[in-house]
Design a protein around this ligand. Sequence first.
Ligand SMILES: [Cu+2]
Length: 357
Amino acid sequence: MNRTWIALSWLSIAAAVVAAALWFQHDGGQARAATERFGPKEAQVTIEDGNIKAVHLTSSRFMWQFRADQAPVEVWGYNNQIPGPTLRFKAGDKVRIYYKNELAEASSVHWHGLVVPNSMDGVAPLTQPPVMPGETFVYEFTIPNTPGTFMYHAHMNDMEQVAMGLSGAFIVDPRDGGTGRYTQDRIVLLNNIQGHYLINGKEFPNVDPWLVKTGDLIRVRMINISPIEVHPMHFHGHFTKEIARDGTSLPDGASGARVENTVLVAPGQTVDVEVRMNAPGRGAWIFHCHVLSHVMGPDPKSLNIAVANGGMIIPVVYTDSVNIADLQKLLGDAIASIQPKAGVVPAAGAAASAHAH
Ligand SMILES: [Cu+2]
């Protein structure tokens, strides 16, 4: 692994922070950056037959880079991206999903958590014929009136097909669109592909940082499609409130929404939380999985987060921090701290961390 590259990645984060800060000044403090959305791209939707929303999904094998310092590896996915494109519809929408299989083996697609007609549930060969290589199967159903966070994934040879990357987020918005109370709406798709612990298909420090400002109320949609791993997602400096599980809203109150700062997400589960950006002093925080082997790189003695690469960490940066210059300095110091010192031979552990895992 290339330490220079890690330094550069921190620099790019710092640059994003500074750019956002400058932009805010330029914009007179308006919250336009709050609408900036990172994460997987949404599927392109076209209208057919007057009122049917159509999208195209194609499964294939392709090369994907989890982190910029690693060589690309073969993954299996939809539309040449990891995760697959986000499917986003409204309750009551009639949808038509053209699924083309360009894998070398049969497959099918399951709409995980959505209650659709049995023949559309995507469990080949039980509910439909397997979609053979080169074939297209058309899924068509009405989006149920269950606004929330779901997922889709392959449902044949799952331990290979899903584990190699055939999955994506499926978001159902309310019919009236009413999600306006949130200033940001973020998808956090958790996955493990071939030992790489991923947030939205990337490993830290290639995970996109969240740029927030004081007062933002963020909806976080966590989706775990890892083959076997649970992910307790821990938010530094903030409490989160659970607002939904598996696309089902939780009522406020003692028996309903829980306020916590570590939320366990099991394989196949989705958990939505809301978090108010009200950290004292603002600054830069992290939101990360607390299974340590999912965030630490191969060097167990790393004390510096910048070399603890290997996974599931999201930097959360207040762009309205009064100490943006200090933040820059902190990031600069982090970069400096991982530079090889002249004349010092790296320890074995440090040498080990110099290899991608
Ligand atoms: Cu984890």
